[in-house]
Design a protein around this ligand. Structure first.
Ligand SMILES: C=CC1=C(C)c2cc3[nH]c(cc4nc(cc5[nH]c(cc1n2)c(C)c5CCC(=O)O)C(CCC(=O)O)=C4C)c(C)c3C=C
Ligand SMILES: [Fe+2]
Ligand SMILES: [Fe+2]
Length: 331
């Protein structure tokens, strides 16, 4: 009953430096995970080592460089602020749970997070992956990694897992607040593009509910904002490799929209709990250049929920609900 509880916020992982070596060290374990790339290892491993890593690492390092912050990669810097904000809110609610930040790939590791909780006597853990939409490529690897960490443990703690929160009322409300705030400051564009990270179509065919959850989030957000059909669109970004990924593709959509009468575009990426390479570089920079070059007039990227107060409230609510003390938090 009165087991000491603790919380781990988990995100994907990110390079330790915006250098080819730093990017390679991050990409190697990430792209070696068969949940992410499910090709046969004897085919994929040599391809990865000899072709993909040597070619991709220097190019991607150049993309990280301009978005790098004094506190490191944006994903990590924002993650630290999320961790501190959640901790502060829990203390306000008289909940003295240790709160850790961990990455599925690289540092800070899930193993280190568990050692910290264990040292503080935690016997009941809430794992909160910062992925609103479930995917076999993101959420499931968190559970795989947790299983490996627990492999060394004689006294395995109770586990509460937030599997997804793609329709949590506090999530949709926080997204809508972000859009309304942006409209208030900068005016409303002709269309709101709701862009999610893609996955291979085949993964969805084989059972990954990710695209359905993205659709559900996008519809709920559009409804919350009172947008009619034609005022919003959904697309999938960050394609990797040769096989078909979820469509419509964000990069193709961006160059088609001006020809369809969309001159002023707002873009939001609700699948990213923290801004990162895929939003700050691919969407806010590359996407903007593509849209303007295709005849668009104005392009505005709406930042991720990051460490906004209503987002931190949501994370606390999700954790409290998972740990069975959801009462004090309305959302
Ligand atoms: C190779 C296949 C990939 C799948 C499947 C995939 C799914 C997926 N990824 C995210 C979130 C993030 N991805 C990020 C970077 C990133 N993703 C891939 C590949 C796949 N992602 C690569 C190769 C990279 C690294 C950058 C690059 O080389 O282009 C990040 C950002 C990390 C950062 O440091 O900023 C996030 C976050 C989701 C949500 C998802 C499936 C739903
Ligand atoms: Fe990705
Ligand atoms: Fe990318």
């Amino acid at each position: 009953m009165s087991h000491k509880q603790g919380l781990i916020l988990v995100n994907l992982g990110t390079p330790e430096s915006p250098t080819p070596a730093g990017v390679k060290a991050f990409l190697r374990p990430f792209l070696s995970d068969r949940r992410v790339v499910d090709l046969t290892p004897w085919l994929w491993r040599p391809l990865l080592e000899l072709l993909i890593l040597p070619r991709r690492s220097p190019r991607v390092a150049r993309n990280y460089a301009p978005i790098w912050t004094p506190d490191g990669s944006p994903l990590l810097a924002i993650g630290r602020r999320q961790q501190a904000g959640v901790k502060a809110r829990l203390l306000q609610a008289n909940l003295d749970w240790p709160v850790c930040l961990a990455m599925t790939y690289g540092e800070p590791s899930l193993a280190a997070a568990w050692q910290q909780l264990k040292a503080q006597g935690v016997e009941e853990v809430c794992l909160l992956p910062l992925y609103p939409q479930y995917s076999s490529t993101t959420m499931a690897p968190v559970l795989d990694a947790w299983g490996r960490v627990m492999g060394a443990e004689k006294n395995v703690p109770a586990l509460h897992l937030v599997r997804d929160y793609h329709l949590a009322p506090g999530y949709i409300a926080a997204l809508a607040n972000r859009v309304r705030h942006h409209w208030h400051q900068q005016g409303q564009g002709d269309c709101l593009l709701i862009s999610f990270h893609g996955i291979p179509v085949r993964y969805a065919t084989e059972g990954d509910p990710y695209p359905a959850q993205c659709q559900a989030t996008a519809h709920a957000l559009a409804q919350e904002l009172g947008l009619t059909e034609g005022q919003w669109r959904l697309s999938f970004q960050s394609r990797f490799g040769k096989e078909p990924w979820l469509e419509p593709y964000t990069d193709e959509t961006l160059v088609q929209l001006p020809g369809m009468g969309v001159r002023r575009l707002d873009v939001i990426c609700p699948g990213f709990a923290a801004d990162c390479l895929e939003t700050l570089e691919e969407i806010a920079e590359e996407g903007k250049a593509a849209f303007l070059a295709a005849g668009g007039e104005s392009y505005r990227y709406i930042p991720a929920l990051n460490d906004q107060p209503d987002h931190l409230d949501l994370l606390v609510t999700l954790a409290a609900q998972a740990l069975g003390s959801g009462k004090p938090f309305a959302s």
